[in-house]
Design a protein around this ligand. Structure first.
Ligand SMILES: Nc1nc2c(ncn2[C@@H]2O[C@H](COP(=O)(O)OP(=O)(O)OP(=O)(O)O)[C@@H](O)[C@H]2O)c(=O)[nH]1
Length: 623
């Protein structure tokens, strides 16, 4: 292992020619974080005794799930052992990026801060859907790409086969694909040499007014918002006043520095440097990812481009199981939002579920993570309604409605309903093509093209309605392909479709939590399924309860819960009054957890069971 370089220049005075900014992109689990760990160790910035796996993943949930959610940037000194820069300490700014589709937004920000990227591919699995998606993003950003096969220590590794696959896709020589093991460290030093040799140094104008791009913003309980920036031109200095170019808001720079891999305060940041700033703002929205920072005095006038606002794609209602937790839920969401510019929410009430919040997420994983954090970090028990996408409804009189919740679906004369569409890329072994096509067909997909990556692996491109994939598409895809298929999707716009709102009525009253916007051809199935589920779950009442599924006033399915008088005293013949009283008390307790829908009493468990997405028959919630 090389000795730690003796002299590491101060970030405000580093010669840009000695800086290399790069990121690591890969499909999920192909080993980015492990490779980052190895680089921290080999460059000597982490003491071997303090090394732990996934060093840069700081959130508990990241470490437990083994996934990266927030990007991280770390400064590594490296003196290459070969090539033109041999022996000179260079500064490598490495940005570890998340790999899941929901966080493509974070990846695109990180890419904009780099000149090059390491494209990591698992040598036992080959190229997967997100490898391609990330590669295309990197190509769009004109980045120099260093292809690397990882996990060559695995017995199942097939480096030759997959080197050919990579070479075919990016148009390089298979021999030039580096082969490493992030786990053992094999080949990682050569990779670092390669980074210095092949990734261009940043170019920027040293004497120009400062311009720095924000590529990440993180809320820290003790220090407020920590903003990660890449300086493009000029210099940011300690204690100067800076301005956010999108809003004009100004702040004092309280602290500036680099991460290596713990924060290190510096005098400032010069051209090409990557580091962090702290200004005392309390909310990541005041320090928006993609915004340009400049000096307040003699600042730049033209902002850096390439900024994409995160837009929620999936909405779902979150309700506390215990209604008295509602204020806790509000506080918890307020706290999470400080750190997550993509999370939106507003209060909502439901007949079935009480008070809750309608929340918008980037995708299903984002939803799951927020939900899990609310339950774990804030000890909340939650129920979430079926996720739905954003529809645009155009009425015959020309007015438009944006619908993020089936209950907002307008009732008048509707001319057209538009739904979001995505371009989906699916990679899988040949043998599953039939099964995948069948699934996509059933989800209203349109085949756009098909390519063979190698003789036994194929790439299928589909346009699909987002609503059809947010639910359980990925699970279905995995089960139909024995886990071999990978999926990536990106929004490409909207299409008009024959969508209707199906209401579920209990004794003539609609139950808001079960209304859904579905395609006309699937409305009947949805209606029958929900009415059937509820019929099993709703306890008998003293009168007959019809359960109907309806589109507007047209009933499309019906089930009936027969009448019964539930007399808890029926079995208590004569005698003991205290026993009777006990039974009546018990019945009263049970009623507290009942919700009234019109005249019908429904146990909350019934709603929860009916909202669960398992295909299996719902558990009987009758008491
Ligand atoms: N055998 C072997 N296993 C590896 C190697 N590199 C990574 N792994 C394992 O592969 C799994 C995934 O590695 P990560 O580094 O977490 O993958 P990642 O790409 O960062 O995943 P995300 O952060 O979720 O996108 C872990 O169990 C690692 O231990 C390697 O070179 N050899």
């Amino acid at each position: 292992m090389p000795a730690t370089p003796t002299h590491v220049p101060e970030p405000s005075r580093t010669d840009p020619a000695l800086i290399r900014n790069f990121c690591i992109i890969a499909h999920i689990d192909h080993g980015k974080s492990t490779l980052a760990d190895r680089m921290l160790q080999i460059t000597g910035v982490v003491d071997p005794r303090q090394m732990r796996a996934q060093y840069l993943d700081r959130m508990d949930i990241e470490r437990e799930r083994g996934i990266t959610i927030k990007s991280q940037a770390v400064r590594l000194p490296w003196a290459p052992r070969t090539g033109a820069g041999t022996g000179t300490t260079h500064i490598l700014n490495m940005i570890d990026t998340p790999g899941h589709v929901d966080f493509t937004y974070e990846v695109s920000r990180s890419l904009a801060a780099c000149e090059g990227t390491i494209l990591v591919v698992d040598a036992a699995q080959g190229i997967e859907a997100q490898t391609l998606a990330n590669l295309y993003l990197a190509l769009e950003n004109d980045l120099t790409i260093i292809p690397v096969l990882n996990k060559i220590d695995l017995p199942a590794a097939q480096p030759e086969k997959y080197a050919a696959e990579i070479a075919h896709i990016i148009g390089c020589d298979p021999e030039s694909v580096l082969k490493v093991s992030a786990k053992t460290g094999l080949g990682v030093e050569e990779l670092l040499d390669h980074v210095v040799e092949n990734i261009p140094a940043p170019v920027g104008v040293k004497d120009a007014p400062a311009r720095a791009m924000i590529f990440d913003s993180v809320y820290d309980t003790y220090r407020g918002v920590v903003t990660y920036v890449r300086v493009v031109d000029g210099q940011l200095n300690k204690r100067e006043r800076i301005a956010m170019m999108s809003t004009g808001a100004t702040h004092e720079l309280l602290e500036i520095g680099v991460i290596s891999p713990e924060p290190k305060v510096s005098e400032g940041l010069g051209v090409g440097e990557v580091g962090y700033i702290i200004t005392g703002v309390k909310d990541v929205r005041q320090s928006k990812v993609g915004d340009t920072i400049t000096s307040m005095v003699k600042g730049a006038t033209v902002a850096l481009g390439g900024y994409k606002d995160p837009r929620p794609m999936v909405f779902s209602g979150l309700y506390p199981l215990d209604g008295s937790d509602y204020p806790l839920l509000r506080d918890a969401l307020d706290k999470l939002r400080l750190n997550d510019a993509a999370l939106v929410y507003e209060p909502e009430t439901s007949v079935a579920l009480g008070f809750g919040y309608r929340c918008g997420f980037l995708g299903l994983l984002h939803l799951e993570i927020i939900r899990e954090r609310l339950e774990r970090e804030f000890k909340l028990d939650l129920i979430s309604t079926a996720p739905n996408v954003v529809y645009r409804v155009v009425m015959e009189d020309g007015t438009e409605h944006t619908v993020t919740n089936p209950s907002e679906f307008p009732t008048g004369k509707i001319a057209e309903v538009h739904e979001p569409v995505v371009r989906g890329t699916i990679l899988a072994p040949n043998e599953f093509v039939g099964a995948i096509m069948e699934l996509c067909q059933a989800r209203r997909g349109n085949l756009q093209g098909m390519d063979y990556l190698s003789e036994d692996r194929v790439e299928l491109r589909y346009t699909l309605p987002l609503a059809e994939i947010v639910f359980d598409f990925f699970d279905q895809l995995k089960s139909k392909t024995r886990g071999y298929a990978s999926l990536d999707y990106e929004p490409i716009g909207e299409q008009s479709a024959q969508l209707v709102k199906v209401d579920i009525l209990l004794h003539g009253d609609a139950v808001d939590a079960f209304s859904a916007i579905v395609h006309k051809d699937k409305a009947y199935n949805y209606g029958v399924m929900m009415a059937g589920k509820l019929q099993k779950l709703i306890p008998r009442q003293q009168f007959e309860v019809p359960i109907q599924a309806a589109i507007g006033s047209r009933v499309i399915a019906r089930e009936t819960v027969r009448a019964i008088r539930k007399d808890v005293l029926a079995k208590c013949y004569g005698g003991d009054i205290s026993r009777k009283r006990k039974l009546l008390e018990k019945q009263k307790e049970g009623k507290k957890r009942m919700k009234m829908v019109g005249r019908v009493e429904v146990p909350q468990e019934a709603f929860i069971a009916a909202l669960s997405t398992d295909d299996e028959a719902p558990k009987d919630a009758k008491k």
